[in-house]
Design a binder for this molecule. Sequence first.
Ligand SMILES: [Fe+2]
Ligand SMILES: [Fe+2]
Length: 357
Amino acid sequence: MNMNRRAFLKTTGAGLITSAFPLSLVKIAFGGQGPSQDFTFGYISDAHIQQIQGNNFVRNWDMGLIRAVREANLLTPRPDFFMFGGDLAQLGKKEELDHGLEIMSSLRGKVRYVIGEHDYYLDLGEYWQSKIGPLWYSFDHKGVHFVTLNSILTYDSWVHKKWPSPMDRMLAMARLDNPQGSPFMVGGEQLTWLKKDLEKVNRSTPVVVFSHSPIQKIFKPWNFWTEDAERVQALLKPFEKATVIYGHVHQIEYNQIGNITFHAVMATAWPWPYPESYSQKASCMPKLTVHMNRADPFFERDATGWQFIEMRKGKVSMHYQLPDNKNRSVVFNSKTGKPQDVNYQGYGSRIPPQTHY
Ligand SMILES: [Fe+2]
Ligand SMILES: [Fe+2]
């Protein structure tokens, strides 16, 4: 049944018109989903819309987001809602946020947003809040409690005292390999809010947290890291089913820490390197990362994508929609108690990087 669905999604992604399929096929592909409380949602992240000058924006980043929106609009039946995982803009400019929101406005359905560091460090979220909404919030949907965090805050002294201008601050935080950066964190005010928010939630209610940086410590020099991750994890510990979905790392990662399942989402803009490229020192990266061909400059969408997510009995199944790579699924395995790449490639069976001459 899952194969049918993946094949169907891949086909719709290729641009065929959904209504051309007989209704019975749709029913077969989506039948047997279990209790009526199970549902689906879409997830698009890290578009990095970048202004060159005036109305000129970097075409490749535009096209990544446009393609994700177009493919997501072909999903039938419709997902219950969509999330955008942060880094809508490259340098937090109004023009970039406006342009990104204009592209996102074609997405059919309710969309909620997570803020990323590229959206935040120019004006500290002021324009974002006026156009999109609060930087952290929670909501309930069909028996699941969802929490959206702003995980990319940092020390006041770094934010307010170090930089001659807001754009200098933005440029410093926008770098990947960044000796001038500062570790991301959720911070005391938000932790107090989160504690209060979760107090009213029954321990058997599934909880899903959306963040931009991982709420686990992967690699500090690139800020694949949240300084107070353990404090958030401690608040999630009492729950039977807790999942964290994060952007920022621009690659597929999955991990299990105690009761908490972690999933990363792909960027629509570009991929970041895999853990083998990181310095291993001071790093406690997830044990499993899904490998695919690395970025090939001859395919502008290589190693980018968006996500179709199923909530089944409170657990998350991630279906990665990858325009220039084979679609991948990472599904919670109740026997092992961990998420698992359903087509996990051992080292010997991985596709070697492309060579061009
Ligand atoms: Fe990003
Ligand atoms: Fe980011």
